[in-house]
Design a protein around this ligand. Structure first.
Ligand code: COA
Length: 260
């Protein structure tokens, strides 16, 4: 069976590649669990100095699998695995995280980038977070990190209007370090990772901790987002949005106007 997340370690770098190409790399629970496992193992491994996230076929990831969202039954979720598990882990990963974003980066494909230390993107990168369109709210700490990083109005445009940001716009907004042509993207990303892998690990880790500061406010915001996200997942609006996507039709939210 094809591995939907391919993890490899070489030259001090752990690559984590999303590889569910027929579904635009949409992330399922087992895929999140594989990413969690790789990050935890890589953080503890002397062979790993940095983690690199990659996509394939011109797609980073189409975000959470909507079928998985639709199957959510409204009961409390296990917060240590799947998407909630990865979201909780990202702020406490100890080694640098780098991402190469070519093409689509939807939902968590964009919000995870706020936790990365370096992000390289191609001009055709399309970062989008259609949370509101899906009846949901922003996650992974993005409701705090996005306004801090790019200012309130650009954050609103990305997170609430759901406007796609291409590589250049994301670079101007401070979410991407460099825009690199698609065919040079992975090489440029790996070159930066290789530079990090040569640095004294103690100094790098201490510097990274200083730059990131105290994560407690971010973790508290993630808890708040997670609670509201879970409520929203069970809402009529979200159910309508998921059904519409799976049935390949436009959603109709008119019946919910009275409750808003
Ligand atoms: N969850 C589940 N399946 C997904 C998916 C997702 N997030 N994103 C894409 N897919 C599936 C499609 O259903 C389709 O499956 P099919 O071939 O069995 O019909 C396949 O991947 C290809 O996607 P398609 O929609 O045909 O590609 P596209 O290039 O026209 O559009 C997207 C790509 C990503 C813009 C579109 O698929 C989309 O909007 N996906 C949902 C993204 C999303 O809302 N993610 C959650 C964020 S919180």
């Amino acid at each position: 069976m094809t591995e939907e997340v391919i993890v490899e370690v070489s030259g001090g770098i752990q690559t984590i590649r999303f590889n569910r190409l027929d579904k635009k790399n949409a992330l399922t629970r087992p895929m999140y669990d594989r990413v969690i496992e790789a990050l935890l193992a890589g953080d503890d491994a002397t062979q790993v100095a940095a983690h690199v996230f990659l996509g394939g076929n011109g797609v980073f990831t189409a975000g959470n699998d909507i079928g998985d969202f639709a199957r959510h039954d409204g009961k409390p979720r296990d917060l240590s695995s799947g998407a909630p598990g990865l979201i909780r882990l990202l702020p406490s990963v100890r080694k640098p995280m780098i991402a190469a974003v070519d093409g689509l980066a939807v939902g968590i494909g964009t919000t995870m980038l706020f936790h990365c230390d370096l992000v390289f993107a191609s001009p055709r990168a399309s970062l989008r977070t259609p949370f509101v369109d899906l009846g949901l709210v922003p996650e992974a700490g993005s409701s705090m990190l996005a306004p801090l990083r790019m200012g309130q109005q650009r954050a609103f445009e990305l997170l609430c209007l759901g406007e796609p940001f291409d590589g250049q716009r994301a670079c101007e907004a401070g979410l991407v370090n460099h825009v690199v042509p698609s065919d040079e993207l992975e090489a440029a990303t790996m070159k930066a990772a290789a530079r990090l892998a040569l640095k004294p690990p103690g100094a790098l880790a201490a510097s990274r901790r200083l730059l990131r500061g105290d994560p407690s406010a971010l973790l508290a915001q993630i808890e708040k987002e997670t609670e509201i996200f879970a409520e929203r997942l069970a809402s009529g609006e979200a159910k309508e949005a998921f059904s519409a996507f799976l049935e390949k039709r436009q959603p109709d939210f008119s019946q919910f106007r009275k409750q808003a």
